[in-house]
Design a protein around this ligand. Sequence first.
Ligand code: MN
Length: 355
Amino acid sequence: MKFIHIADVHLGVKPDRGRTWSDERALEIEQSFYNILDICEEDEIDLLLIAGDLYHNPPTVQQLKNLDYRLGKLPKTKTVIIAGNHDYIEENSPWETYEFSSNTVLFPRDRAVNLYFEDINVCITGYSYGRQEYTERILERLRPGREGAYNIMLGHGGDKEHMPFSKEKLADAGFDYIALGHIHKPAHLIKNKMCFSGSLEPIDYTETGRRGYIYGEVTENGTTKINWIPSNVRSYINMSIDVLPDYSNAQIRDIVENEIAKQGKENIYRIMLKGRIDNGLEINLSALTREYCINQIIDKTQYDYDINELLAGNDNNLLGRFIKTLMDENSTEDAEIRNKALRYGIEAFLGVGEE
Ligand SMILES: [Mn+2]
């Protein structure tokens, strides 16, 4: 028996709203899901497990028709879905009333359900969200539905407001495999037995690192072997660049651009600039923000002052007195703190310190 376990696809989400790549990103997330369906078809996967938040919001009839149509092209694959906190099932909503013509089951809201497939001798136990929050420890109470079958738990949650659980209690419930969703970072909690597949694609800039799906195989004697396979189209990357006082704007731009080329032009960046820059330099990277996906440039650089020169030019004013006080070698204050205070103070005096 072969299965694929995915979660947190968040179909319908518009990441990085207002950015030039936002619309394309929404399509990519959809495409990423369809890629999984292609794998199901090619590899004749028996079970596609979707552990909640397939949709970013409760789906419309049109969204469900699309889903049903695509899943209908998989004659060999049964799809089992639970609703999560984002796509929870509202009473009488399309999500609750839609009848799938494909080989698909959506678990009903607010109760534990067992679903047995005789042909593959697999029993799936799951619980769909009927609202956004559950502080109750619902997943810990689920039990395997059929003796002698391969028992799978399908669950969504793991933080305080979303069906909290201890992994030990879940492990002790007696399931052969526990397919979890909600935490977007993939996590293999117990080897070949319990894991968060993670989201299929990263949804916002906090979700750095790769994303993907679980590919599982169960042998005739019931042994499970799973692999997490990275498959996301793009990643969010935090990049940190150290600059030096002799760098020009063009040089800084080249360094950033080379680093983007190295890490992948398709990825979405947050760039942090650090170090000391020439007093006359104004960093301007707008040429790059036009060409690449750059969410944010965080400029933490500081101007490179010659203290003695500053002191000579400000002998009779407040800045001069400030520098003299902090440079006083007889001070009882810690030297490192005095140095820092001196640097921040000068930048504040000169109107360039923004923090
Ligand atoms: Mn969730």
